[in-house]
Every structure is written in structure tokens, then in C-alpha cells.
Design a protein around this ligand. Structure first.
Ligand code: DGL
Length: 268
């Protein structure tokens, strides 16, 4: 049986890449719901329904464990799906927010994320459970995912929106020392985000990407759950599914992953 990795679009590839580097032996199935991305500005009901469609599809394709490599889906749909929609003896679904929060240290933490993730308060609630004294500030960046999904993340046009949202975040708290990229798409903007921070932040800022954190957390999860680990197949394969046209996905995903891939179109 396979490990499923789901995102609304291409962002989850930043997580899949790190997971496969750390755990290359397993078989993976990636699903990007590119035809319905972005999820970030959609309502709870819609994000929940779309995410459940994806989970059911991955389960029907033989996944025993699914990572929601999408903060928006983790924030808005994970708990309901875990509590109401799956039989944990047949399928486990994990998110990316809790492992990220557990790996972060900082006294002034800034979180950049989609509107849905920010509104859900998931990061604030999880961080407050862990740290009493930490100042937490959030900033929704609704234009970042559309820029990335459309391959414009390295263009000059992207500079405007990187500057806009990071200025707004730093105006709320100029003392930020830790910046969580709370959307799996955002590592694609990392060169611009890093350049902005270096030019504008008064002191050094640790930028938190989720890929390695989620990969490490999955590794530990499999060590703790030998019942699940033992049923995972070990062919070292990775297949890609998209709700968009396969050619479109192949072109963009190939750039993100630095190697050509061949995806299959599915209807969700
Ligand atoms: N990559 C997703 C996340 O981590 C969401 C993007 C979107 O569809 O808005 O939140």
C-alpha cells in the first residue's frame, strides 16, 4: 500500500520532495487538485468537501496513509475528516501544522499563510498551547498562491506582493525573529522572501520551511506505528495525479521538481 500526498496544487510537491529524500523506499501517490486551486480563500464547507474528495480518491487508489501537504486543508478539514469520515484501522490522515509548530522556537513568531489558514487560527492556537510568552502575528498572503500556480513566482511582478504582505506583517510586529512559511506553496518564493528579510528586518530571522520538518515527523510516525509501516509497499515509486490537464501539470511540476514527470488526469 502507498503513502498519499495531497495538496490543492503544486505546493505539496515541496513536501513530497523532502519526504522522498528521507524515505525513498516507499511507494508514493501525489494528488494535486489543480483544477480547483487555490483553496485558500474558499469557505470551510468547500475546503472540507474538496479535501474529502481527494482523501477518498487516494484511498480508492490503495493509500493506507495520507499526508495533507496543504496547510489550508490541514487547518480546515483535517480534524473533521479524522473524526467523522475515515476508519483509522484502514486509513490514517495526517496534517502539516502540528509538526511544524512542534519544530519551531522563537519569541516573536510571524506566520504567513492563506486567508483560510489565518482565519482558522490554527497556528495561533497550536503555538499558544506550546509557548506562553511568545508573540504570534499572522499575515494572509492571498496573491502568493495564484502567482506560484501560474509560474510567476520568480517574476518581477511577484516582488510587489512579497513586499506588500511582508511589510504588513512587520508593521504588526517589527521584532519578528522566526517566520513560518505556513503554506506549502511558499518555499517557491523563498529567494524573494529571504532577500526581503535581509534587506528590511532589523535583526536575523529564521525562516521555517515545512518540507524537512514534515519528512522528519513522518519518519518518526512510521517508527511509532509499525502496524502501518509494515503494510506499506517498498517499490520506491512515485506517481502523480491531477484534476487539471496532465500536460499542464507535467510542465509546471517538472520545473518545481527539477525533473520531468508524467502525471495522470483524474476527475474528483
Ligand atoms: N498549499 C496550500 C497550503 O499549504 C494552499 C494553497 C491554496 O490552495 O490556497 O495552504
Amino acid at each position: 500500500m502507498k503513502i498519499g500526498v495531497f495538496d490543492s496544487g503544486y505546493g505539496g510537491l515541496t513536501i513530497l520532495d523532502k519526504i522522498r529524500k528521507r524515505l525513498p523506499a516507499y511507494d508514493y501517490l501525489y494528488l494535486g487538485d489543480n483544477a480547483r486551486a487555490p483553496y485558500g480563500s474558499r469557505s470551510f464547507e468547500v475546503i472540507y468537501r474538496y479535501t474529502l474528495d481527494a482523501v477518498r480518491h487516494l484511498e480508492s487508489e490503495g493509500c493506507r496513509l495520507i499526508i495533507l501537504a496543504c496547510n489550508t486543508a490541514s487547518a480546515k478539514a483535517l480534524r473533521t475528516i479524522q473524526q467523522h469520515d475515515i476508519d483509522p484501522s484502514r486509513l490514517r490522515v495526517l496534517g502539516v501544522i502540528r509538526p511544524t509548530v512542534e519544530a519551531v522556537r522563537g519569541s516573536h513568531i510571524g506566520v504567513v499563510a492563506t486567508q483560510g489558514t489565518v482565519q482558522s487560527q490554527s497556528y495561533v492556537l497550536e503555538l499558544e498551547k506550546q509557548y506562553d510568552e511568545t508573540v504570534i502575528t499572522q499575515q494572509a498572503c492571498p496573491m502568493w498562491v495564484p502567482l506560484i500556480e501560474n509560474g510567476e513566482h520568480l517574476s518581477q511582478g511577484a516582488d510587489y506582493f512579497v513586499d506588500k504582505y511582508l511589510c504588513e506583517l512587520w508593521q504588526q510586529d517589527p521584532k519578528i525573529d522566526t517566520l513560518i512559511l505556513g503554506c506549502t506553496h511558499y518555499p517557491l518564493l523563498l529567494p524573494k522572501i529571504r532577500a526581503w528579510v535581509n534587506a528590511h528586518a532589523a535583526h536575523s530571522v529564521q525562516i521555517i520551511e515545512q518540507g524537512d520538518i514534515v519528512a522528519r515527523s513522518l519518519c518518526e510516525y512510521l517508527q511509532r506505528h509499525s502496524d502501518i509501516e509494515s503494510v506499506l509497499s517498498r517499490g520506491g515509486t512515485c506517481h502523480y495525479l491531477t484534476s487539471e490537464q496532465a500536460d499542464t501539470f507535467n510542465r509546471s511540476a517538472g520545473i518545481f521538481l527539477d525533473s520531468p514527470i508524467s502525471a495522470e488526469h483524474i476527475e474528483l
